[in-house]
Design a protein around this ligand. Structure first.
Ligand SMILES: [Fe+2]
Ligand SMILES: [Fe+2]
Length: 471
């Protein structure tokens, strides 16, 4: 692309046309991004996909639908509309005008926060790259690709901030975001859950429900940032993120619905032989994805996060709706902990416990989907219910990393855990069974036997619409 092309082809509201420095940075980065997309993005060859593209941040522009070749997707750079009077809502700078530039003293902290968020975006595209080969329907295939291109755009969003505000360090970090790869031995992605595989569609739906939701909460804290360009970027990303969680919520719901149908039809819980996924296996996938997503919130207490809050870099979920002093210099809270060798809680200052505060908001939100899935089981007249495992279950990060616990929250010895973990986490045999069901269905209006069709299509289109043209 020539410079003129960049300005024309990259939809943006950051005045790219007049920003020579940013244009030059993108001229170097954009071809590398496309190379990354070609080598690490979706593997299924397609001609075009019915995608939603953001072309501006207003009501009409943020969701334009049409068939586009994915490689030509217009990855744009968008920040939510500025509020010229925006003020810092919390911490020691509360009430001061929001920052339009990065204060020197917070430069490395802000850059670190942006890099960590940015690293997750391409990671999930890498994790999901082979799923197209086994899509249960064209509708699902389209949703997968929609999530993929938007995660690509979220990478652009973070790279924009690095290019525009962090100079040469920022440009180097932007290159590294394309260099690290999910699951790579030499240069893995930064966070654990983003190095796990997404080998089948049940994992994909669980990932978009639980792990994309972690993204929602992280973006929610950055949306409060005193650094206004970061706040506005994250605020716009949250709009797209809600579709990803919708894919997860309805995806799991449709798997549960189909399993419930077959359970009723055959009057049995042992439905594996009928080509659907048993509820016990769905529960184990849920246990896995929920527990690895809890790890993404970090330790129960964190001095770094306390400092970020005090400095105004990162707020709480729904900061402005909280009814307190937004300083937290006096309060305290109970956080999860191992106390005298047992699962318990300990009191810390409210500032130190901010990770726990965010994780609790997240857990409460996760429960909503589980309730929806249980409504499906209840309507089918089945006594079975799904549930979130205890916060101490299968943790690799934080207070419970050193111990083992059952999903009910009972502490276990290492021997008991080794003997019983197959009751709670998917076994190789179960994963192989789920994978064996994953055969592609690319015919219009058809769907795989292990999942129910969606209630509605995309953007008012019917389920049997040609959402994807394969190459
Ligand atoms: Fe994202
Ligand atoms: Fe997402």
């Amino acid at each position: 692309m020539t410079t003129a092309d960049y300005v024309e082809k990259i939809p943006n509201n950051v005045n790219l046309r007049d920003d020579r420095r940013l244009q030059r940075a993108l001229e170097v980065w954009q071809p590398n991004f496309l190379n990354w997309w070609d080598s690490m993005g979706p593997t299924l060859p397609t001609r075009d996909v019915y995608l939603r593209t953001a072309t501006s941040v207003d009501r009409e522009g943020w969701a334009q639908f049409g068939h586009v070749p994915m490689r030509d997707y217009r990855w744009g750079i968008f920040l939510a509309e500025p509020d010229p009077d925006r003020r810092v809502a919390f911490g020691q700078r509360q009430g001061q005008p929001a920052w339009q530039q990065v204060p020197g003293e917070y430069r490395s902290s802000l850059q670190r926060l942006i890099v960590i968020q940015g690293d997750t975006e391409p990671a999930s595209v890498e994790q999901q790259r082979n799923l197209g080969a086994t899509a249960p329907s064209l509708y699902d295939l389209r949703n997968l690709f929609q999530v993929n291109v938007e995660e690509g755009r979220h990478l652009w969003a973070m790279v924009y901030l690095l290019h525009a505000y962090f100079g040469r360090d920022g440009r180097e970090e932007a290159e590294l975001l394309l260099h690290r790869h999910s699951g790579s031995a030499e240069s893995p992605r930064i966070l654990g859950a983003f190095n796990e595989e997404t080998p089948d569609w049940l994992s994909f739906f669980m990932f978009t429900y639980f792990t994309d939701r972690d993204g929602k909460y992280q973006l929610g804290t950055l949306k409060e940032s005193a650094f206004d360009p970061l706040a506005r970027t994250c605020s716009f990303m949250l709009k797209e993120e809600s579709h990803h969680m919708f894919v997860g919520l309805t995806g799991v719901a449709r798997v549960v619905e189909r399993t419930a149908q077959v359970m009723r039809e055959h009057q049995t819980d042992s439905v594996a032989a009928y080509g659907v996924i048993p509820l016990t296996v769905i529960q184990k996938y849920l246990n896995f994805h929920f527990s690895v997503s809890l790890d993404l919130f970090g330790g129960e207490t964190s001095t770094n996060v306390a400092n970020y809050f005090t400095a105004g870099l990162k707020g709480r979920w729904a900061e402005e709706r909280r009814k307190d002093d937004h300083q937290l210099t006096a309060g305290s809270m109970l956080v999860d902990a191992v106390v005298d060798g047992e699962i318990g809680q300990t009191e810390v200052s409210a500032l130190l416990g901010l990770n726990t505060d965010l994780r609790r908001e997240y857990i409460a939100d996760c429960q909503n989907g589980v309730d929806r899935w249980n409504d499906i089981l209840a309507s089918a007249g089945l006594p079975w219910r799904l549930s979130l495992p205890h916060v101490a279950f299968n943790r690799k990060v934080g207070a419970f990393a050193e111990i083992q616990a059952s999903p009910g929250g009972v502490k276990l010895s290492p021997t008991e855990w080794a003997e019983r973990k197959d009751e709670w986490l998917p076994t190789e045999v179960e994963k192989a069974h789920v994978r064996s069901l994953m055969r592609p269905v690319y015919e219009r209006g058809k769907i795989a036997a292990w999942i129910a069709p969606p209630r509605n299509g995309i953007n008012g289109k019917p389920f049997d619409y040609e959402y994807v043209h394969l190459a």
